[in-house]
Design a protein around this ligand. Sequence first.
Ligand code: ADP
Ligand code: MG
Length: 356
Amino acid sequence: MEVNKLNGAPVSASEFVKNEVAADAANAIEVAHIVKKFGDFTAVDDVSFQVKEGEIFGLLGPNGAGKSTLIRMMTTLIPITAGSARIAGHDVSKEPDAARRTIGVIPQALTSDLDLTVEENLTIYAKLYDVPTKHRKEAIEELLETVDLTKWREAQTKTLSGGMRRRLEIARGLVHSPKIFFLDEPTTGLDPVSRVAVWEMLTNIKSKRKLTVLITTHYMDEADRLCNRIAIVDHGKLVALDTPEALKASVPGSNVIEVQFDNPPADWEQKLRALLEVTSVQNESAGMFRVLTGNGSRTTTDLVGMAVEAGVPVRTLTVQNTTLDDVFVHYTGRQLRDELVKAYSFMMPPRPGMQP
Ligand SMILES: Nc1ncnc2c1ncn2[C@@H]1O[C@H](COP(=O)(O)OP(=O)(O)O)[C@@H](O)[C@H]1O
Ligand SMILES: [Mg+2]
C-alpha cells in the first residue's frame, strides 16, 4: 500500500495517482483565437489555450458548449473559421497531413465495425496507418493487454458491452503510436464501473507511453480526478482555465451546505445570506438552498440555530468541500447537472403530472 502524498490518506495501488508534467515541457497543442461559425451561429467563440507535452487536459462543459466542434477543428475534421490551431508544431490548416500523423482520435460516437472481431478492428486501423507488419502484431498484442481485451480478441464487436467497445476504440486510436490523443466524451453513457475502468486504462496507458491527452467530458468528478488542467467551456467561450485545485480555490467559500427547509418564510434566502462567512446562496427549488461558506461548521451551527428560533424545520442537511460543480456555477451562473437534465430530458419517459 502506498501513501498519497497530498493528503496522507492510504490508497491502494489501483487507486488514482495524478499524472505529472515536466515543468519545462514544450507545447503539444496551441490554439489561438479559434472561431467556428455554422452560418450565422458561432459554435466556438475566440478560444485560446495551450496544452503541454505529457499533460492530461480536460474540456469541460454542458451539451452544446462547443467541445466536439473544438476537437473537430484541432483534428483537421472541419475547417477553422478564424484563428489557428497547432498540433505538435503543425498548423492544422496549412499542414493537415503532418498534424494527422501525430494524433489519435476517439470520436464521441462509437465507430468500431460491429461485424468484425476485436482484433480485426485493430488490424484494419494498423493497416490504414501503415504500421509495418512486424510492428503491427506486437502493437496489437500490447494494446489488447492494456485495455484488458486479450481474451475477447476473437469476439465479434457486436457482442461487446458499451464499456468494452469504448476500450477497443481507445486501443484502436493508439495502434499507430500517436503523440497526442483526443478523446471526445469517452465515458458518456457508461455505467460507473465501466467509467472507472476507462480511467484506469487511460492512466495505465499514460504511464507506459509518452502521450499528451485532450479529453472532453461533462462529468465533474472525472475531470477532477484525471486532468492536470481544465478548461470550462460554455456557449462556445472559454470561461475558466486552471488546475482543478486552483479552480476550486478560486470560488469564494470552501464548503457547500445543501439544506432543505419546510416552508421557509419569503425572506429566508436573505437571512441565510446575512449569516457570517456565507459567500453566496442559491435557492434551488422550494425550500432547498445551496449555501457557500468559508466556514462550514460555523455556518451550519448558525443556520440551524436560526431555523430553530424561527420555527422552520430542517429536513435534510449536508456539508461538503467545494467541488468543480460549484466552480461551474460560479463561472456560468448555472448548475451543470441542470443543463444536462435539460439536454437529455427528451430521452426520459415523462413523469406523471409533468407538462408535455
Ligand atoms: N455541423 C453543424 N452545423 C450546425 N450547427 C452545429 C454543427 N455542429 C455543431 N453545431 C452546433 O454547435 C454547438 C456546439 O456543438 P458541439 O461542439 O457538438 O457541442 P458539445 O460537444 O460541447 O456538446 C451546438 O449548438 C451544435 O448544435
Ligand atoms: Mg460533443
